[in-house]
Ligand binder design. Sequence first.
Ligand SMILES: Cc1cc2nc3c(=O)[nH]c(=O)nc-3n(C[C@H](O)[C@H](O)[C@H](O)COP(=O)(O)OP(=O)(O)OC[C@H]3O[C@@H](n4cnc5c(N)ncnc54)[C@H](O)[C@@H]3O)c2cc1C
Ligand code: SF4
Length: 331
Amino acid sequence: MNPFSYARPTETGTAIKTQAKESQAFFLAGGTNLIDLMKMGVVNPSTLIDINRLPLKGIEPHAGGLRLGALATNSEVADHPAVLKDYPLLSLAFNAGASPQLRNMATVGGNLMQRTRCSYFFDLTMPCNKREPGSGCGAIDGINRMHALFGASDKCIAVNPSDMSVALAALDATVRVRGGAGERAIPFHEFHRLPGDQPELDNTLRKGELITAVDLPPAVFTKNVYYLKVRDRTSYAFALVSVAAALDLDTAGRIRDVRLAMGGVAHKPWRLYKAEDFLKHKAATAENFRAAAAIAMEGAKAYRYNQFKLRLAPNTILEALTKAAGTNTPS
Ligand SMILES: Cc1cc2nc3c(=O)[nH]c(=O)nc-3n(C[C@H](O)[C@H](O)[C@H](O)COP(=O)(O)OP(=O)(O)OC[C@H]3O[C@@H](n4cnc5c(N)ncnc54)[C@H](O)[C@@H]3O)c2cc1C
Ligand code: SF4
């Protein structure tokens, strides 16, 4: 047992100041990730700043869209009437993650910040550049079945495990944060980062910054959406590959707008911009969906044990788009 201090501030400013002061001070939200990491010795906080008394739980209309407080739980967001009506993709993604018990505890902010599930990251006897910079990467020549196809580096090939974040990437959400220097808004695609030479950094949050909310833009994709998560078992398990697909179709079945993002394939939720551009203003047909999936896979690089993802990923894109369009099984 490592000793640590515990604080439970009621003011956001106090929480931020306390965290900024110590290099190993961590915010504690639902605790479903952080406490596990502490038990395994992967992180050893000097101070836990329990943020559950801060007023960050609300889910409310904002600027034509919806603001999700950082402390709203995964279940509260997934079941919220405005989310079910206007952002059904997000609800589907939440409900594909973890278990009901975990979703009742896990928060929006904690979900954004959850660490990778690379097994070497959790194994203190193995090298891991993310856990201990400069120690090496156990996964590159190890069992890398769950690992990345896109955007990896020679320092780290881990993937981001969050289902929620795949939907938020597709929906172009914004992460609102507050630190000593004030507030800032981070476009979702800039929040998580690729590993590069600093795999220890999962995201662009600065020391002393607290996530206060996630903003969803005005709703567009209210109908033709699907979140398809392929995993080893249907009980709780992390994605091998997941796809968030959202289509805005006109009455003739042509695609006015489309959003596509993948999970389980990169260090950050992986937006499929080129495939989206290909699909815009085309008919929602299996042929076009298949071509988009092929475009999405350009530049994919597999490792020894995750070669199967090279076929699984485009098939998952095709299936998700087909389900989103409300058409039958792809032919
Ligand atoms: C058995 C199991 C199965 C799971 N399966 C899935 C799954 O299938 N899909 C999925 O997406 N997730 C899954 N999860 C992960 C789960 O979603 C995360 O553990 C959860 O979302 C973390 O939220 P939390 O509030 O508990 O965070 P905490 O554990 O409290 O915190 C996690 C991290 O976030 C930081 N943090 C928390 N709030 C803030 C804030 N407001 N600002 C800045 N930093 C903050 C903390 O300091 C900490 O570093 C699973 C977890 C478990 C244990
Ligand atoms: S892939 Fe990343 S998290 Fe996994 S062992 Fe390598 S450096 Fe660590």
